[in-house]
Design a protein around this ligand. Structure first.
Ligand SMILES: Nc1ccn([C@@H]2O[C@H](COP(=O)(O)OP(=O)(O)OP(=O)(O)O)[C@@H](O)[C@H]2O)c(=O)n1
Ligand SMILES: C[C@](O)(CO)[C@H](O)COP(=O)(O)O
Length: 238
């Protein structure tokens, strides 16, 4: 599996690269790697590190306990998430046929969600995303021409048909590699890996996501993540 962890975390505010920032004293990346390694089906984790931070990330992984059955590799990432994922895919050894891609920024995904994605790929889907119904009404807008100008609403998609998509996303390896190669040639992008596969015209299947698989993006998300960890610790105590 591939964990893109090379982002800066601009929306989180100034500080270390997002994946290296601490949640309850442990780097977010370590939480994310442990969340993936909790699945018995995950045997190799390729961590895509900030371009100037591969050695630091390797040292971090060496210093934290991971299950013995899980190997890991660290490779430097790129300018965009898409490029970082492609660099991670390039590092996968021969023989792996199912690939998961998981944001380091989603450190708290439960193992049941990881296993549901893997099972759906093993059952024959070429691309699988965990997703949740959206709580807000979502509007499509015409972006403002200059900052401060009002945006014009152009449409309100029916909410019952919308899903908020999470990671890990699961793929048949050849399909995902082909999608990244093809989309890179066109210069187009997608904000998630399933979006790349959709551009090939291949089907993408949805399995239930989990509210604890949220992405740490803005400062309030750090507060929520630490609250989730505190609740887990309290529950473990009983
Ligand atoms: N060049 C990049 C950009 C993002 N990511 C990774 O992609 C995941 C999802 O990205 P996001 O949450 O947007 O992280 P950042 O790009 O760090 O956030 P921001 O846009 O606020 O800077 C994260 O685990 C991030 O480390 C990556 O590997 N390489
Ligand atoms: C991949 C993703 O987490 C699915 O919701 C999301 O698209 C990443 O977006 P970001 O802009 O890189 O945070």
């Amino acid at each position: 599996m591939v964990i893109p962890a090379a982002g800066r975390g601009v929306r989180l505010g100034p500080g270390a690269p997002k994946a290296l920032r601490a949640l309850n004293g442990t780097p977010m990346l370590i939480h994310a790697v442990r969340a993936m390694a909790a699945s018995r089906a995950v045997s190799l984790v390729v961590v895509v590190a900030p371009p100037d931070g591969a050695t630091e990330v390797k040292n971090l992984l060496d210093a934290h306990a991971l299950p013995e059955r899980t190997d890991y590799l660290v490779v430097p990432g790129g300018e965009t998430r898409q490029e970082s994922v492609r660099l991670g895919l390039d590092a996968l050894p021969e023989g792996i046929t199912t690939v998961l891609v998981h944001d380091a920024a989603r450190p708290l995904v439960p193992v049941d969600t990881v296993d549901a994605v893997i099972e759906a790929v093993r059952d024959g889907a070429v691309a699988v995303v965990p997703a949740l119904p959206v709580a807000d009404t979502v509007k499509e807008v015409e972006p403002a021409e200059k900052p401060g100008d009002p945006e014009q609403v152009v449409a309100t998609p029916p909410r019952a048909r919308l899903r908020a998509v999470q990671t890990p996303q699961g793929f048949d390896r050849d399909t995902l590699v082909n999608a990244h190669a093809t989309v890179a040639l066109t210069g187009e992008g997608a904000t998630d890996d399933a979006g790349m596969v959709e551009k090939l015209g291949a089907p993408v299947v949805v399995v239930p996501g989990h509210e604890e698989a949220f992405k740490v993006t803005r400062p309030l998300d750090l507060v929520l993540a630490e609250a989730v960890l505190a609740r887990r610790r309290a529950n473990d105590g009983f």
